[in-house]
Design a protein around this ligand. Structure first.
Ligand code: ADP
Ligand code: MG
Length: 376
């Protein structure tokens, strides 16, 4: 019996009907372009969230999570509406709402994705539930349909305006590959990123800091990109080449230009990165990852001293490439490193942070893994 099945029996008194899991993710490159119709290149990590679900004969949804000490949170099916239910339980309930399920269910969650580290534990939870429900109710939905449903759960039911990347990769990833996702139409291509046999690994450095700028800073930069689109009278930053954009610089104020410059060049960097990966050129790939950091730091201006120190230290001690990831002003950075350098790099970052009197960072190691699946 799957360990979560026996735990489910303990909590709810019956066996589950279905068990499914879905992974967290890291994004290699393509930062702050998912709202600009851009390309992104994430991969699924091996840490996943598993859910066990059974129909019950009541008109209630009962949710419990091992990470919330197994306490059962209950909501009447009639009360399912955006932002209803206990805060954490809105992620699974939101998926039920999004998929139109309104009959009694018991749900037990066990997540291995660290919460709030920028590895998308939220999408892992949503996608595990979406995968299980698709199976349990024979909905026959495609992976892009499930991704949209999970995103709708997070956007509307939870109230978090995230893009479509996290849910797409959690559902569509395959082992040993990164996922090239076109956020304009959700078309995908699997890109080989089988780094383990090459002695490489992707180190995630969670700075554990969150500077106050987080929300306002994100919205303001997004607004700059939208202003650039309006001022240049184009439909999308996707539709202008770098050379044309640079030639039209006089039409934009300095701040708008610099921020949109990040968007235009980042989309090209993703395509260049894919070309290099297809050629097996991990050194060239690493250089592009670092170029993305410089652009996020100097043009998009969303980095912070902790992220810069993590990136600079990783590069100084042998990383092939390194950059901040996510919204910025804190959160995590990634570094593509030789596995043999892992301890050295972690120690150097740790002592650098101590010297600078920064909070102590957390480290995770990530390898490209498979997407969501039914376990039984
Ligand atoms: P991230 O997605 O980067 O980990 P978020 O803030 O988007 O961070 O999502 C984290 C939230 O998702 C948690 O605060 C919790 O509400 C919910 N969550 C994720 N995994 C679990 C879990 N295993 N058990 C309970 N809640 C979870
Ligand atoms: Mg999240």
């Amino acid at each position: 019996m799957h360990p979560l099945a026996s735990k489910f029996q303990e909590v709810f008194g019956t066996p589950p009907d279905v068990i499914a899991s879905a992974p967290g993710r890291v994004n290699l490159i393509g930062e702050h372009v998912d709202f600009l119709d851009g390309f992104v290149l994430p991969f699924a990590i091996s840490d996943a969230t598993t859910v066990a679900i059974a129909k019950n004969s009541s008109n209630k949804i009962r949710c419990a999570s091992i990470q919330k000490k197994g306490a059962v949170s209950t909501i009447d099916c009639a009360n399912i509406a955006p932002k209803s239910g206990e805060a954490w339980a809105r992620y699974p309930i939101g998926v039920l709402w999004s998929l139109g399920i309104d009959t009694g269910l018991d749900i037990l969650v066990d997540g291995q994705v660290p919460l709030g580290a920028g590895l998308s534990s939220s999408a892992a939870l949503e996608c595990a539930v979406a995968t299980a429900i698709n199976e349990l109710f024979n909905l026959g939905l495609t992976l892009p349909e499930l991704a949209r449903a999970a995103q709708r759960a997070e956007n509307i039911y939870v109230g978090m305006p995230c893009g479509i990347m996290d849910q797409s990769v959690s559902l569509m990833a395959t082992e040993g590959n990164a996922l090239l996702l076109d956020t304009r139409d959700l078309s995908i291509e699997q890109i080989p990123f089988n780094i383990a046999p090459l002695g490489l690994e992707l180190l995630v450095i969670d700075t554990q800091v969150h500077h106050a700028l987080v929300d306002g800073g994100y919205a303001e930069r997004r607004a700059s990109c939208e202003k650039a689109i309006a001022d240049l009278d184009i439909t999308s930053l996707r539709d202008i080449s770098i050379s044309e954009f640079v030639a039209r610089k006089p039409e934009l104020d300095e701040k708008t230009y610099l921020r949109a410059f990040h968007g235009v060049t980042e989309m090209q960097r993703v395509l260049d990165a894919v070309t290099l990966l297809k050629a097996g050129d991990f050194v060239g790939f690493g250089e592009i990852v670092t170029a993305a950091h410089i652009s996020l730091r100097d043009y998009y201006t969303v980095s912070c001293p902790e992220l810069n120190l993590a990136v600079d230290t990783a590069l100084k001690f042998g990383a092939l490439g390194s950059r901040m990831i996510g919204g910025g002003f804190g959160g995590s950075a990634i570094a593509l490193i030789k596995a043999k350098d892992s301890d050295l790099i972690k120690n150097e970052i740790k002592s650098g942070f101590m010297k600078a009197r920064f909070k102590s960072p957390r480290f995770f190691s990530a390898l490209p893994s498979a997407g969501a699946r039914i376990i039984n």
